[in-house]
Design a protein around this ligand. Structure first.
Ligand SMILES: Cc1cc2nc3c(=O)[nH]c(=O)nc-3n(C[C@H](O)[C@H](O)[C@H](O)COP(=O)(O)O)c2cc1C
Length: 175
């Protein structure tokens, strides 16, 4: 399975996490600043990651490149998301950027895998929570750094299994 892990970062945390995720699934890591349309289209699973910046904002390099989704079209594409945030300092906008990425890829027809439980986190509100689950993997390098490795390990293992299923089955499971 060909997996591309595309990330944006302000201070390096999301790049390091992207590298750890890619290492576990033999994925290819690409900085959104250098990503080509082919990096989005030429793979079986796209894993996209962003930190939340400002107050609930998408990281700026992603913000500038969101148009790539409509350019390549994501209809039926398997996509998984991860987001970095700080649940103590930004408890009202925790990992909001992951929710913004989710809306952008779903609008282009992507099939999103890898939702996770919100238990084990302490926050008030997040745009990345839908139907009481995070739309992807939420990581907090500021307050829960010790949990990053086990969270990645569990998530990637389940993700790779799910991504092997046909899109039709994934859609049926989600509905
Ligand atoms: C100015 C600033 C604003 C931030 N805003 C948010 C926010 O609204 N929500 C959140 O969950 N985290 C927020 N964070 C925390 C970052 O998302 C977090 O530190 C992340 O690990 C940074 O990743 P990076 O090193 O890849 O840029 C903010 C951090 C900074 C410095």
């Amino acid at each position: 399975m060909k997996i591309n892990v595309i990330y944006g970062t302000d201070n390096g945390n999301t790049r390091r996490v992207a590298e750890q995720i890619a290492e576990r699934c033999a994925g290819r890591v690409v900085d959104i600043c250098a990503a080509t349309p082919q990096d989005f289209s030429d793979c079986d699973l796209l894993i996209l990651g962003a930190p939340t910046s400002g107050y609930g904002d998408l990281q700026v390099d992603w913000e500038c490149r969101l148009g790539v989704f409509s350019e390549v079209g994501l209809s039926g594409k398997k996509v998984a998301l991860f987001g970095l945030g700080d649940q103590m300092s930004y408890c009202d906008t925790f990992v909001d950027a992951m929710g913004l990425l989710y809306d952008a890829v779903v609008a282009q027809g992507a099939v999103v895998l890898g939702a996770t439980a919100t238990s084990g986190y302490d926050f008030y509100s997040s745009a990345a929570v839908r139907e009481e689950r995070f739309v992807g993997l939420a990581l907090d390098e500021d307050n829960q750094q010790d949990q990053t490795v086990p969270r990645i390990a569990g998530w990637v293992a389940e993700l790779v299994q799910a991504a092997a299923l046909p899109v039709e089955e994934l859609v049926a499971r989600a509905s």
